[in-house]
Design a protein around this ligand. Structure first.
Ligand code: TXA
Ligand code: MG
Length: 340
């Protein structure tokens, strides 16, 4: 298939992409978190094509993107009070809320679940495209299934050229990790995936929020997952990755002892100068937002450099750090080395 490439800065670009989507096509579009691979959420056939293009398992539901609260009432059957409070505070922005779905959402979009994940993105290009189509857009991250989420136009081109109808450049994503996902469809609110909107902020807004076990730990065989995406190996570079916990000093000593051919440190900016291995940095030790912004780019870079063994220094697990930790521990296949 021919993939048309657009730059959002050019006049007519978002109109052309909106037309492609209205006709049932697929387009990779920027959001503030990561790029998404969009299709009309009401069109079951178009959504089925998203799964094909990404090589995504059919039991992993898609997030539906809206551009105003009117569209929300079209995709869910009811809006719980908690969702109203969260929407007021965090929408538009990097928060996805799971609610009971309306009859208009096809089974394929929500992978046969009675619920739907809804997000109102803040990125001006995403909002413009949704508005111009006049449709809610289903969009998973625009990577091939299993590889790190794309945070630049080039990442989308690398993964999806020839597999989708269009890719539109809206610059690098400012948040860098996928949206926070909270479920309000069950008895109690549950955080399913940490992101830029933190657990602490959610609790301040609606009270007690449970942290899904799958955020920090590997689930055992047959354990129930609330968010199907959490059970798949994710974000993984080709190298064997270990996540190393401990102070900077201990981390540096440990990695220096393990230096060798193909060995890379995935470390904080401050640590690179004292490491004897090759390094890829993912932000300052003191800025969880910076770490989130760069983590996926760093994982892709390790692949392009040909790393075979990676020791990643674990971030703190508070605030946005919880999101960074969640992605890294999956990239490491839950292989954690404790130095303390
Ligand atoms: O920031 C983001 O959320 C990006 C941008 C493009 O918006 N999208 C994204 O989509 O990360 P994706 O498909 O890569 O991740 C969606 C996650 C999956 O883990 C999926 O299992 C979960 O959301 N999910 C979607 N609908 C769900 C539902 N009804 N119940 C439980 N989990 C759901
Ligand atoms: Mg994804």
């Amino acid at each position: 298939m021919e993939t048309l490439l657009f730059d959002a800065k050019n006049p007519g670009a978002t109109d052309a992409v909106a037309e492609i989507l209205k006709r049932g096509g697929l387009a990779a579009i920027p959001t503030e978190t990561v790029y998404g691979l969009a299709a009309n959420a009401f069109d079951g056939e178009a959504c089925a094509n998203i799964f094909k293009a990404k090589g995504r398992p059919g039991d992993n539901p898609l997030i539906v993107h809206i551009c105003d609260m009117e569209m929300l009432s079209d995709v869910v059957s009811e809006v719980p009070e908690g969702a109203r409070l969260l929407a007021e505070k965090f929408w538009p922005g990097p928060l996805t809320i799971i609610m009971k779905k309306s009859g208009k959402i096809p089974m394929v979009t929500s992978a046969n679940l009675p619920t739907v994940a809804v997000r109102f993105p803040a990125h001006p290009v995403a909002r413009e495209i949704i508005k111009k189509t006049g449709l809610p857009l289903a969009a998973p991250s625009a990577n091939l299934s299993g590889s790190p989420s794309p945070t630049t136009f080039q990442h989308c081109v690398n993964d999806l050229m020839g597999r989708v109808d269009a890719i539109i450049d809206g610059g690098p994503c400012s948040v860098g990790v996928e949206s926070t996902i909270i479920s309000l469809a069950g008895e109690r609110p549950v955080l399913l995936r940490p992101g830029y909107v933190t657990l602490e902020q959610l609790r301040e807004t609606i009270g007690e929020v449970e942290l899904s076990k799958a955020v920090l730990e590997k689930l055992g065989e047959g354990e129930k997952v609330l968010s199907p995406g959490m059970k798949y190996k994710h974000y993984a570079p080709k190298a064997a990755v270990s996540l190393v916990k401990g102070s900077s000093e201990k981390y540096v000593n440990f990695v220096n002892e393990h230096a060798g051919e193909g060995v890379y440190a995935l470390c904080f900016d401050e640590e690179a100068p004292v490491l004897k291995t090759k390094t890829v940095t993912y932000g300052s030790e003191f800025s969880d937002a910076e770490q989130a912004e760069h983590i996926f780019e760093a994982l892709r870079e390790l692949d392009s450099l040909g790393a075979t063994r990676v020791f990643a220094h674990s971030p703190k697990i508070t605030g946005v750090g919880l999101a960074v930790y969640n992605r890294l521990v999956r990239a490491a296949g839950f292989d954690v080395i404790e130095l303390d």
